[in-house]
Design a protein around this ligand. Structure first.
Ligand code: ZN
Length: 383
């Protein structure tokens, strides 16, 4: 009788632990951030961004090592110098094997020592390795979405945010990566994200880590396709990505920032920054199984599958994010997750799952131990 009671209590305790753990887990993983966006007229223009996509396509295929890739770098510089003929920029030269590549960094509001990085890759893929028609798989990808869309949004964001720079208390980097998209036999022997990895290796050349602090990095990759639906990218710092989703939803973009997004881990240009401990988020779509936009790494990644509205949704969400966090208007009460030091995505998820397994096994072990004890006691009585 006594053992039975203990046994029941222990089972109850085990179940209570699992229940409490489940509730904590649900609480931590639920999207519960409520945002009051800074009230202002957003200026990001989707038609402008659409034109910047078309401009890049008009240059041609922007494959590393080609004249077109170089020309597109010059195009970005010319667009930023249109905004301000003194816009600060740095060309980061590097090589992949013997191919000369270039990342391009533009800096605004350099007097501040806290930095936000807005980044995108601008190279286009040398081979359409996922094209449904096999003879197309050796042809280059136009890269309207995969490359040009993110770069186009950066140009339009620069125009808009530069106009507001005196009201913002942060330095802003606009960072264009070369050599992101040639892994998986895009160019034989190349890996993914070569450009951003090399940029991160040389990061100390671009700022003074003793006095300056990079607060966050936001990556835009395939942000201009039709039927835009962002995913919950799992390497991203969850508090930063969650804040972007909350801002977008608050702006009414509930299809683009769904309440139950697909979860996936993508090797992308934010990885190197995450490895340095910089909170980073990748705004990207589901391009793999049952994709919301099915033209990834095909010859159909062209202007006909680009939407000026999708570009505007992305751009305005980032514009709003920058105002929310850095506007110098003291009447606005900031309510986001800055400094984005909470990450509940993959590494922490693994810890949570591990804890769950430990609790589960502990409960089962207690039950088995008590059953054996009970059985032994019965046997002793029988003897
Ligand atoms: Zn790609």
């Amino acid at each position: 009788m006594c053992i039975n009671k203990k046994y029941n209590i222990l089972i109850l305790v085990a179940f209570a632990c699992i229940a409490i753990f489940s509730i904590v887990f649900l609480f931590l993983t639920s999207n519960n951030l409520s945002i009051q966006n800074y009230n202002t007229e957003l200026e990001f223009n989707g038609d402008n961004a659409y034109n910047y996509v078309q401009d890049q396509l008009d240059i041609g295929f922007r494959i590393p090592g080609t004249e077109e890739r170089k020309e597109s770098a010059q195009y970005f510089i010319s667009k930023f110098l249109e905004i301000d003929s003194n816009f600060t920029y740095i060309i980061h030269n590097f090589t992949v094997y013997t191919t000369e590549c270039q990342n391009i960094l533009f800096k605004a509001n350099e007097e501040y020592d806290n930095v936000i990085i807005l980044g995108a890759h601008y190279d286009s893929r040398a081979k359409a390795t996922r094209d449904p028609i096999s003879e197309n798989r050796s042809k280059p990808v136009p890269g309207a979405n995969d490359g040009a869309s993110g770069a186009a949004v950066l140009i339009e964001l620069a125009r808009v945010l530069y106009g507001q720079k005196d009201n913002l208390s942060s330095e802003i980097w606009f960072l264009f990566f070369d050599a992101e998209d040639q892994g998986g036999n895009g160019i034989l022997g190349w890996d993914w994200i070569e450009g951003s990895e090399q940029f991160v290796n040389d990061l100390d050349d671009f700022y003074d880590s003793a006095t300056e602090n990079i607060e966050s990095m936001i990556l835009l990759d395939m942000v201009g396709g039709t039927n835009l639906q962002f995913i919950n990218e799992q390497y991203s710092t969850s508090s930063l990505l969650e804040e972007l989703f909350a801002i977008g939803r608050n702006l009414g973009y509930t299809n683009e920032f769904p309440s139950n997004p697909v979860s996936r881990s993508i090797i992308d240009d934010h990885i190197g920054f995450l490895d340095l401990g910089i909170p980073s988020a990748d705004l990207i779509i589901n391009f793999w199984d049952n994709p919301s936009w099915p033209y990834h790494h095909t010859t159909e990644d062209d202007i006909s599958h680009i939407s000026n509205y999708s570009l505007e949704v992305t751009g305005r969400t980032i514009e709003q994010f920058v105002y929310n966090n850095y506007i110098t208007d003291t009447n606005y009460n900031y309510q986001g997750n800055r400094p984005w030091d909470v990450d509940m995505s993959i590494p922490d998820m693994q810890i949570i799952i591990l804890l769950g397994l430990i609790f589960g096994f502990a409960g089962v072990a207690i039950i088995i131990t008590l059953s054996i004890k009970k059985f032994v006691k019965k046997k002793e009585v029988n003897v």
